[in-house]
Ligand binder design. Structure first.
Ligand SMILES: Nc1nc2c(ncn2[C@@H]2O[C@H](COP(=O)(O)OP(=O)(O)OP(=O)(O)O)[C@@H](O)[C@H]2O)c(=O)[nH]1
Ligand SMILES: [Mg+2]
Length: 439
């Protein structure tokens, strides 16, 4: 079987795949929804699903992941449908891919490689491209032994099958070297972004987070009049975009749009996208956008919460934004959610009134949650100074008294509590200084 030929000779929009879902003992049965999600992911790659195969198993078999009988079933279905592509909604090992390919005569891919492919196609900026390539190499490295087909495809067929251990060693070394080069490049890009972020220290930062396709970019567009694309595909956005809330406020409120999350996001991807997700880590407030019209929105919410915790953003205040309300037919659901999530917003990104209300909510949040204070600290305490710069909004500085630095700041009460020994005056009551230019 010559995969390069079969891949390139068929226009990609004509590819049909068989998808395979496996439920293991002790797991929640969301097989059907999971396979629907995989179908949607594949549609992004212009691959249509010809058939679904499901299996419930006690545990994984090392050779094929599923049982041998199932592999025969897959093979037969592939022959009936004339399909040459089988995609598992699981992560497979290199040997499993090879065994399955040999047994079925089809190209076999797994969920991780599908997600990586989507990320690769959607990456626009140099940073996103570098991040995706690192993640891809990480995925490929442990699969290199015997996984010749992947290597061949990567290199456009430059390597012959069965060249032996030596070639594997060489490839591994080349991959490792490439990875360290890419990591160094990424570090450089990160420094540039950090400098850009430093320039934004005195602004209030809000980050849109949530499951892929939940409507983050649509909300971003509606609230900032940004010229970015919202699309009905998964992972339309891979780069963070930062825009000012429009109409603007003083100080400015910045809104950033980020890459969407997904169940079983490949770990390498989370790792490599951490720098993009810095926008999330540095946010004063997260808007967790949920597509409440999606049948699986609760699992999606949970996934988003898990990823937020994993990247270290678990403690940032969250405003829940239940989106796509226009698509919800059930009148009871919003009521239940309203009761469960106090202070949450129910919106449609397409309704101007809703977006105006969400904007007010964000402004109100900052009005209620930031306190104004004057801090007095030793001018040479670098650690303390950097802590203040990092965690407070600096309204003014005064270095006129020798060896002392005075800061007029606005900060969250929790931050001021930490800095309490340096606070020399505190404004009474909630901070009222955020000017809404619309009022
Ligand atoms: N009916 C309806 N559709 C919406 C709403 N919000 C977003 N959409 C649609 O949902 C799709 C996804 O929207 P995006 O804004 O691109 O979603 P995203 O969260 O940025 O997605 P990724 O960047 O792919 O993670 C688009 O087709 C939007 O037009 C809404 O409130 N109602
Ligand atoms: Mg988006």
């Amino acid at each position: 079987m010559n995969r390069e030929v079969s891949n390139q000779a068929r226009p990609p929009e004509l590819r049909t795949a068989i998808i395979v879902g496996v439920l293991l003992a002790g797991e929640d049965d969301t097989l059907s929804e999971d396979l629907s999600e995989l179908t949607q992911l594949l549609a992004t790659l212009k691959i249509q699903v010809g058939g679904r195969v499901m299996q419930k198993r006690q545990k994984v078999t090392p050779r094929f992941f599923v049982g041998e009988g199932k592999v025969d079933e897959i093979k037969q279905l592939a022959q009936e449908l004339g399909s040459k592509l089988v995609i598992f909604d699981r992560t497979l090992s290199g040997p499993q891919v090879r065994n399955l390919e040999e047994h079925t005569g089809c190209e076999v891919q797994d969920r991780t490689s599908v997600i990586l492919e989507i990320f690769a196609r959607h990456a626009r900026t140099a940073q996103a491209k570098t991040q995706v390539e690192i993640a891809r190499l990480e995925y490929l490295m442990p699969r290199m032994t015997g996984a010749w087909s992947h290597l061949e495809r990567q290199r456009g067929g430059g390597v012959q099958r069965g060249m032996g251990e030596k070639q594997i060693e060489v490839d591994r070394r080349l991959a490792r070297e490439r990875m360290s080069r890419l990591r160094r490049q990424l570090d450089g890009m990160q420094k540039d972004r950090q400098n850009q972020r430093k320039a934004r220290l005195s602004e209030l930062k809000v980050a849109l987070v949530g499951y892929t396709n939940s409507g983050k970019t649509s909300i971003m567009i509606a609230m900032t009049k940004a010229n970015v694309q919202a699309e009905d595909v998964l992972f339309a956005t891979l780069d963070s975009n930062v825009r000012t809330l429009d109409p603007s406020t003083r100080p400015k409120v910045l809104l950033s749009d980020t890459v969407g999350f997904i169940r079983n996001l490949p770990h390498g991807l989370i790792e490599s996208f951490k720098s993009t997700l810095d926008e999330v880590l540095e946010a004063d407030l997260l808007l967790h956008v949920v597509d409440v019209s999606h049948p699986n929105f609760r699992v999606q919410m949970q996934t988003t919460e898990d990823v937020l915790r994993e990247i270290g953003a678990g403690d940032i205040p969250v405003l829940m934004v239940f989106n796509k309300l226009d698509k919800v037919a059930d009148p009871v659901l919003p009521k239940i959610l309203k009761a469960a999530y106090k202070n949450s917003e129910f919106v449609s990104a397409h309704r101007d009134d809703d977006m105006a209300r969400l904007r007010r909510h964000i402004i109100q949040y900052f009005e209620e949650n930031l306190v104004r204070a004057t801090l007095d600290v030793p001018a040479d305490d670098q650690g303390l100074l950097s802590q203040i710069y990092k965690s407070c909004l600096i309204l003014g500085t005064d270095f006129s008294v020798q060896d002392r630095a005075r800061f007029e700041v606005r900060a969250a009460p929790a931050i001021l509590a930490k800095l309490h020994s340096h606070v020399i005056s505190l404004a009474e009551g909630p901070f009222q200084g955020l000017k809404d230019s619309k009022l």
